[in-house]
Design a protein around this ligand. Structure first.
Ligand SMILES: Cc1cc2nc3c(=O)[nH]c(=O)nc-3n(C[C@H](O)[C@H](O)[C@H](O)COP(=O)(O)O)c2cc1C
Length: 346
């Protein structure tokens, strides 16, 4: 097994073994309204998203591919996304771009879900020609580019030179003919990051904040001395990242992931401005602990409960959900004030 294959399996094992103990979404409360004045059948949460329109604002976010175990998980995730009609991203495709023997561990997704929405995934240092090859490999509907500097730094064999990321992303966004989603991997985004990305023409981002899968913890466990655990709270939570994104929500499509465990976390993300919500660890845990049928049921229930919450809130669609009033914890309110983030007008 190569280092890259071993790393992939380490990531899956360590992500599964690190339970999420509290929700960063507890810091946001939605305001109850006693007379919703709609019925359940009035609700449609279809999501316009660049040229890509999702049937539902939920997707399975990037995780695997590149090892035998990862390929088996991808097959199961593809069946879940097909059966529940939600989009799915693959994990970083570097392995397949470097070694064609590993292509089937990704392509299985298209084989199992030929008509579904699939997102390819590469790192910000992958050049345009390989980015195009990744999209073509899966006949992908969109391309995710992950940005993960803290992970690289803590990863023993990780990258240490990020000078080309912005110009490379710019070239890909300008040239490639599918929507590009620039995503974090669990460290969140700031308004400064969004300013940089907006400035080079990026239209869609996944803020992927802290609060769920923690790549400082995962990479630190892979270090011989395990000596960087003090960084484990690095980055912005998903609610904080969404507050940071509010000045950009008119001009960019903001997606949320990172620590989303319940349908309520998902609806809170939408109320804070996300157009769709990604699950990684929650669905990985479900499928690996309880099997395929249970994981399909988990997503069906998750979707139904999101609609239940929309019903209580009197929200017929995504735009209505984005108008739902909320109250922030003193910590979040302080962050908003110190960072001079303008409150979204409601
Ligand atoms: C096992 C595992 C592997 C991951 N691999 C990738 C990857 O290859 N590319 C990527 O963009 N994100 C990757 N991620 C990050 C997720 O897409 C997501 O941004 C992050 O896990 C936060 O979401 P969560 O808290 O729901 O897990 C991975 C996550 C997990 C759990």
């Amino acid at each position: 097994m190569t280092t890259r294959e071993q790393r992939k399996d380490d990531h899956i094992r360590l992500a599964l073994g690190h339970p999420v103990t509290h929700s960063s979404f507890d810091a946001v409360q939605l305001v109850h309204r006693s007379i919703p004045a709609i019925k359940r059948s009035d609700i449609s949460l279809e999501t316009p998203l660049d040229s890509l329109s999702l049937n539902f604002p939920l997707y399975i976010n990037a995780m695997t591919g590149g090892s035998k175990w990862a390929g088996e998980i991808n097959e199961k995730l593809a069946i879940i996304s097909r059966e529940t009609d939600i989009a799915m991203a693959v994990g970083s495709m570097h392995a397949a771009l470097k070694n064609s023997e590993l292509i089937p561990t990704y392509r299985i997704i298209r084989e199992r879900n030929p008509h579904g929405k699939v997102f390819a995934n590469i790192g910000a240092d992958v050049p345009l020609d390989l980015a195009a090859r990744a999209v073509e490999m899966l006949n992908a509907d969109a391309l995710q580019i992950h940005i993960n500097a803290p992970q690289e730094v803590v990863m023993p064999e990780g990258g240490r030179d990020f000078t080309d990321w912005l110009t490379n992303i710019e070239e890909i966004v300008r040239t490639i003919d599918v929507p590009v989603i620039v995503k974090e991997v669990g460290f969140g985004m700031s308004k400064e990051t969004l300013e940089q990305l907006y400035g080079i023409g990026v239209k869609t981002v996944d803020v992927s904040g802290r609060g769920g899968t923690n790549f400082i913890h995962i990479e630190n466990e892979r270090r011989p001395k395990k000596d960087q655990s003090y960084l484990s709270e690095w980055g912005q939570t998903t609610p904080v990242s969404l507050l940071e994104s509010q000045p950009f929500q008119q001009n960019m499509t903001i997606l949320a992931s990172g620590g989303i465990q319940s349908p309520l976390d998902a609806i809170k993300s939408i109320a804070l401005g996300a157009r769709a919500v990604g699950l990684s660890r929650a669905i990985l845990t479900e499928v690996e602990s309880n099997g395929l049928a249970a994981a399909i049921q988990f997503i069906e229930t998750f979707k139904a409960h999101m609609i239940d919450i929309a019903l209580i809130l009197g929200a017929k669609n995504l735009d209505d959900l984005q108008q739902v009033p909320y109250v922030l914890s003193p910590e979040l309110e302080s962050w908003q004030r110190q960072r001079k983030l303008k409150e979204r007008s409601k």
